[in-house]
Design a protein around this ligand. Structure first.
Ligand code: ZN
Length: 105
């Protein structure tokens, strides 16, 4: 592609022109945003509250943690649901990146 400011030829992955510094408008996939943090919080808080904790972790790609939270709750006949739900609440307050390391917005 070419710089729309000065016409300098640029590599396709350039985010800015090295000649004049103007942004190309290209946004690399690598820093593209991760999953929705709103969904992460909603899945954790709401589905956790009705007895299905861990869905937020599946959503964010942390399927092992999600599976533990879900299985411990179900297999204990929800006797251990509260600690799992507290774990969930702590996670939705503190976890801000998905399992790919991308920040959730
Ligand atoms: Zn330029």
């Amino acid at each position: 592609m070419f710089c729309r400011q000065c016409g300098q030829q640029l590599v396709d992955e350039a985010v800015a022109c090295p000649q004049c510094g103007v942004a190309t408008g290209y946004f690399p996939q690598a820093v593209a945003q991760g999953k929705s943090r709103t969904n992460f919080i909603l899945f954790g808080a709401l589905l956790g509250l009705i007895g299905v904790p861990g869905v937020h972790n599946f959503y964010a790609g942390y399927s092992q943690k999600g599976l533990i939270q879900l299985l411990v709750s179900v297999l204990s006949c929800w006797l251990l649901w509260l600690p799992m739900y507290i774990w969930t609440i702590v996670e939705i307050c503190t976890v801000t990146v998905d399992s790919d390391g991308k920040p959730m917005y």
